[in-house]
Design a protein around this ligand. Sequence first.
Ligand SMILES: NC(=O)c1ccc[n+]([C@@H]2O[C@H](COP(=O)([O-])OP(=O)(O)OC[C@H]3O[C@@H](n4cnc5c(N)ncnc54)[C@H](O)[C@@H]3O)[C@@H](O)[C@H]2O)c1
Length: 357
Amino acid sequence: MAKLRAALIGTGLIVGNHMQALAHEAGRVELVAAVDTNPATLKDFGKQHQVTNLYTDNRAMLAEQRPDLVIIGTPPATHRALCIEALEAGADVLCEKPIAASLRELDDIQAVERHTGRTCTSVFQWRYGSGGAHVRRLMASGVLGRPLVGVCHTLWYRDMAYYSVPWRGKWRTEIGGTSMGHGIHAMDFLLWLMGDWVEVQAMLGTLDHDIEVEDVSLALVRFASGAMGSIVNSAVSPRQTSYIRLDFQRATIELEHLYHYRNDHWRFSIPEGAAYTDELAAWSALGTDVEAHQTAQLTAVLDSLERGERPLTSGAELRRTMEFMTSLYKAAFTRQPVLRGTIGPDDPFYTSMNGVV
Ligand SMILES: NC(=O)c1ccc[n+]([C@@H]2O[C@H](COP(=O)([O-])OP(=O)(O)OC[C@H]3O[C@@H](n4cnc5c(N)ncnc54)[C@H](O)[C@@H]3O)[C@@H](O)[C@H]2O)c1
């Protein structure tokens, strides 16, 4: 089979993860071009990775290179236009989070997916580690009983140097704060594991940075199954950790790591004194260790495209998470619980996360 021709748009900090992924998949995909509006960044990237087709204009790249796959790693406010241009040029797209600034922007992208027949997938690398897949398998088998409680903490630390990058810290360019920029990975993961969400309540605070967006958020979520979840997102937590805890009827599953979990970051517990040998045996079959990294996601996306299937973190599955993010912000700003399915095109939060910009 001919290799897919890939192009990268955005050659800043996150591009290293995508280069690692492309190197891992070199048998199926080749990098044919890179784009960045900053010529100095682009030149350094080209030199470091021996990429010669370098463009500062995305449209010129699409017209000349006709890539099959476009990987986008630019700041959030640029994603809608870049995703749509790539889809219109006939490429499938893998775009960094947050894929869009609002449900309106996501709906625009998904309308273009429908008329081009191409797909636009959000980077959510946590869904692609072996541990996540294992938990999903155990849940489907029913061996753990029903999920009852979810705990989801993204407790990270970011100093003002981090927010000195011009696009960060502002509603118009970063789209949201630590919920959108950091906690989105863990929240997407929680929502994937716990099933459909139906209601969210939330609070936001900007506690220790001179920025517009929040550096702390707390949320409560109710799932369609009746299960409940508690979420904390923070950019002000000196001992950093990413923590997910799922309490099932017969077992507790925990994940504690920072950015890219592996099998040994998971922990499994049963009630003290319980003789749950089936549950313990099921958990111990965790299998080959796959790191939750852009590499694992690219592999899964290529597999899906080869099979002619929609990649996992696209389409309705992606909208479910973005609707949750939007509802979290709306619940916090309005100080009211938000029910799933209630943010329509006439709602100010349909067009922005703070209901204003
Ligand atoms: N998945 C993850 O774990 C993860 C981690 C970090 C960042 N990210 C996401 O990756 C994206 C980029 O973050 P970063 O830290 O690499 O930012 P960055 O500022 O380091 O790099 C962004 C690059 O995009 C370029 N750029 C800006 N507008 C452009 C345009 N219209 N066309 C082409 N190039 C353009 C900039 O010149 C810059 O070189 C963000 O959406 C961020 O949320 C994801």
